[in-house]
Design a protein around this ligand. Structure first.
Ligand code: 26W
Length: 825
């Protein structure tokens, strides 16, 4: 009997009353639980499954819509997706909040009580991973036919515990309780080959290559829904998991070398075991190298399979698909597409190259030299011998072009080559990404300029048309509507709810800066959020802070260029001032809140965490300063923590050395939630200043040219130390072990690096930073003025929606327009 799909389809409709029924259904028949046995986790699971059903219908419909449109597809390749929790976000984007709440009311269940039961999907390190998550939300909300490809790590970013003031890394077993949002797509499993060698053979005089790999791993896709806001669109995030093909290598097994048989299996499956927790230095690790090829090979095969459903003429490929590379981490895709087109589809080299380089876009997220990936040639020889041949041939053709444009200039050939010859032969992945892409973009105006002028000037001269800027953005759904519902409600009451999908509407709030009642309600909301944060601080750290304290916050990965050190040195300065001058009069309590993980191998970053915690211990227990300053380090910074801290913040610390922070996105989240920024002229801080107005932000410090001059001049940090009494007092106090009585000398490395190098100009900017904070304290005392500025910050953050960013990518780079269901459909 043939399935009658029309009847089947007609069966399932999601009515209000059925939401509650579905919940009960899942609790009972899926969880096998009832009032006597149901745990909170069971209730959460049943709630999530109910919402998932709601999603699946739209997910299926979206696929049909896109297939019918025959639209060009966007493929976003990223090694990281910092998604956070999805339960609330899915309910909000489905617009099911109210319905769900009412439907469950009679069962005495409020879905919000169960959100903490969801494990975060923390498959990323920091900015790059979170940006990818915001981009997915915007692409779905903008009806763009996009798929995100990545890795389904069994362990995401480590959990940070603090022991004796030191960071300790614990595994993040996020899949311990099943990931309700994923659907295994075993039918789309693909093989991924590694190792072996390449045979050459000739067909009517044409040299052909046949890669004979030595081992194969299977890539199994798991799909997660990406729910668009209020548009019935559900896009897909496809994450690949590694599985070894043959259960056991029976040969080995029968020959009794059991261990080999099993080890190959284990070996293979370690590929997607864990996320590399390093967002600083390219690890140079073979496993990371193989992780990158594994997910690229899976994704390109999947993309090719989808393309061949649309066309069999590969010249159509760039018209049907565009692949965006989230940094260089997936850039081996360029060589992989060449391999498939030349070796498997037997296209002539030049035709294949013409197709390939029209199909990619490359986004750079950092200028830190140590973060620019260069993979040893030997890794390629061992694992990807055919790709190495292809890269060498690409390089040969490319350098020929360069030498034509620059006859006799060997230096430029050495500089631009895809191969770095000394000290060790390495492939420069950024160079491959640039020649293989139509577009190379930075993530803020200043960053994109630095790429053109300092990081890749030769490439900019050769391919000026490729270089462009796409200033980052954040999704207003998670970072305002979900994280700060009371402010979102107040805004909607005043200007309607269009702002949720068109953030430029916030501009209409400007006039309310002068509205006394609005300011009062705005302050009340901030205070409510502060109360929540104060409670969380006490639970997580034991430190008791006042609800109406000034919350001064720096939350981000711990890096020397982000200068958490300058922040804590300034706090020590304030502490000394209080102890010495006891000017407590009408001074509000100031809470200096830090949070952030350090890459496990990053010694200095770990010592900075230790210093912050030791300083906190001393200051928080010093009665002499009458609780006027509190220092808090909240462990295990993650997306859900940011969602509580940011709405409660007064002062957002964005104090990186000018020229080092590619963009920053936390800066945008704070300003959108009414915090005022103290920041350097770096990354997107500059564009935030231009949008909110110089008078509504506190900028300080050396700009990029002054830093450059200092770096090229002879910068003497020791001299600054000896000449600046504030710096001297603070450094001497640290060196006197005032904050390390029981561990004398542990902060010597920090003091030493400051006094001898101060690579990130902490001393050079210290006075300006100090004075800027004094100005802030004065301004904060004028609450009316402060609130006005805060409201104007919110009103003028429209530009920093990731919807604006994605619209620019879609128009300028991807050339893809939204796929809207036909009217009445
Ligand atoms: C190879 C190890 C590694 C892994 C990740 C090196 C570098 C990275 C990322 C590129 C680092 C990162 O997250 N960069 C941040 O990207 C954000 C999104 O564009 C920017 O807003 C931040 O300024 C930038 O530091």
């Amino acid at each position: 009997m043939k399935a009658n799909w029309d009847n089947i389809d007609a069966q399932i409709t999601m009515q209000k009353e059925s939401l509650a029924n579905f919940f009960v259904h899942y609790l009972k028949f899926f969880g096998g639980k009832d009032r006597y046995s149901a745990s909170e986790l069971d209730v959460y699971n049943a709630l999530a499954y109910t919402i998932r059903d709601h999603i699946i219908e739209k997910w299926l419909a979206t696929k049909v819509l896109y297939n019918k449109s025959h639209s060009k597809r966007i493929y976003y390749l990223s090694m990281e997706y910092l998604l956070g929790r999805l339960f609330s976000n899915n309910i909000i984007n489905l617009g099911a909040d109210k319905e769900f709440r009412e439907g469950l009311k009679k069962l005495g269940v409020d879905w919000e009580d169960y959100t903490p039961w969801e494990r975060e999907s923390a498959l990323g390190n920091g900015g790059l991973g979170r940006l990818a998550a915001c981009f997915l939300d915007s692409m779905a909300t903008l009806n763009l036919p996009a798929i995100g490809y990545g890795l389904r790590y069994e362990y995401g970013i480590f959990r940070q515990d603090i022991c004796q003031g030191y960071q300790v890394e614990e595994p993040d077993e996020w899949l311990k309780f099943d990931n309700i949002w994923e659907m295994k797509r075993i039918e789309h499993t693909v093989p991924v080959h590694f190792g072996g060698e390449v045979e050459t053979y000739h067909i009517d005089g044409v040299e052909k290559f046949n890669w004979c790999p030595s081992y194969t791993v299977l890539g199994i896709p798991y799909d997660m829904p990406v729910v668009g806001y209020g548009n019935n669109i559900v896009n897909t995030l496809r994450l690949w998991s590694a599985k070894v093909s043959e259960e056991f290598d029976l040969q080995d097994f029968n020959q009794g070398n059991y261990i080999d048989a099993v080890s190959e299996k284990v070996e293979g499956e370690t590929l997607t075991k864990v996320l590399y927790p390093d967002d600083r230095t390219e690890s140079g690790r073979e496993l990371r190298f193989r992780q990158q090829y594994f997910f690229v090979c899976c994704s390109i095969q999947d993309i090719m399979r989808k393309f061949l459903k649309e066309s069999s003429d590969f010249r159509d490929f760039p018209k049907k698909a565009v692949i965006q590379l989230n940094d260089t981490h997936p850039s081996i895709s360029i060589a992989e597409l060449m391999r498939i087109l030349v070796d498997e589809k037997h296209l002539p080299w030049d035709v294949a190259w013409d197709i390939t380089r029209k199909s990619f876009g490359y986004t750079n997220h950092t200028i830190l030299p140590e973060a620019l990936e260069k993979w040893p040639v030997e890794f390629f020889q061992r694992h990807l011998p055919r790709h190495l041949q292809i890269i060498y041939k690409l390089n040969q053709h490319f350098l020929q072009e360069v030498s034509v444009q620059n006859p006799g200039d060997n230096d430029i050939l050495r500089r631009m080559s895809l191969v770095e010859e000394y000290p060790q032969k390495k492939i420069r992945m950024a160079h491959l990404a640039i020649i293989g892409s139509t577009s190379v973009n930075g993530v803020s105006e200043i960053h994109s300029e630095i790429l053109k002028e300092q990081v890749m000037p030769d490439f900019y001269n050769s391919f000026p048309h490729k270089f462009n800027n796409k200033t980052n953005g954040i999704t207003p759904r998670r970072w305002l509507l979900q994280a700060n519902p009371s402010l979102a409600k107040l805004i909607t009451e005043k200007i309607g709810k269009e702002w949720i999908t068109d953030l430029s509407q916030l501009k209409k709030l400007e006039k309310y800066a002068d509205d006394k009642d609005f300011r009062k309600r705005f302050d009340k909301i901030k205070l409510e959020n502060k109360k929540k944060l104060a409670k969380l601080i006490e639970i997580e750290t034991g430190v008791v802070v006042e609800d109406d304290a000034i919350f001064d916050v720096q939350i981000k990965r711990i890096h020397e260029y982000k200068r958490q050190l300058m922040n804590i040195l300034h706090v020590i300065h304030l502490y000394c001032e209080l102890r010495d001058h006891k000017n407590f009069k009408d001074a509000p309590q100031r809470v200096f809140l830090f949070a952030g993980k350090a890459a496990p191998g990053y010694y200095m970053a770990k010592m900075i965490i230790k210093l912050i915690l030791n300083v906190a211990k001393v200051i928080n227990n010093d009665e002499l300063i009458k609780d006027k300053i509190k220092v808090v380090f909240i462990p295990n910074y993650k997306v859900s923590l940011a969602e509580t801290i940011i709405p409660a913040t007064d002062i957002s610390e964005q104090i990186s050395t000018a020229g080092k922070e590619a963009s920053g996105t936390g800066n945008m989240k704070f300003a959108l939630n009414g915090a005022l920024t103290i920041g350097t002229l770096d990354g997107a801080n500059i564009e935030i200043m231009n949008e909110v107005g110089k008078e509504n932000i506190f900028t300080f410090g050396l700009d990029i040219d002054e830093i450059k001059a200092k770096r090229e001049g002879n910068y003497e940090p020791y001299q600054l130390y000896s000449e600046n009494p504030n710096i001297k007092k603070v450094i001497d106090l640290i060196q006197s072990n005032f904050f390390s009585l029981h561990e004398p000398g542990i902060f010597e490395p920090i003091c030493n690096s400051l006094l001898t190098q101060d690579q990130y100009f902490v001393f050079a900017d210290f006075n300006a930073y100090m004075e800027c904070h004094e100005k802030i304290l004065q301004e904060y005392k004028n609450q009316k003025q402060w609130t006005k500025k805060a409201i104007l910050n919110v009103a003028r953050m429209g530009k920093f929606s990731s919807d604006r960013t994605i619209n620019e990518y879609a128009a300028d780079i991807w050339k893809v327009s939204p796929v809207k269901p036909k009217k009445g459909k």
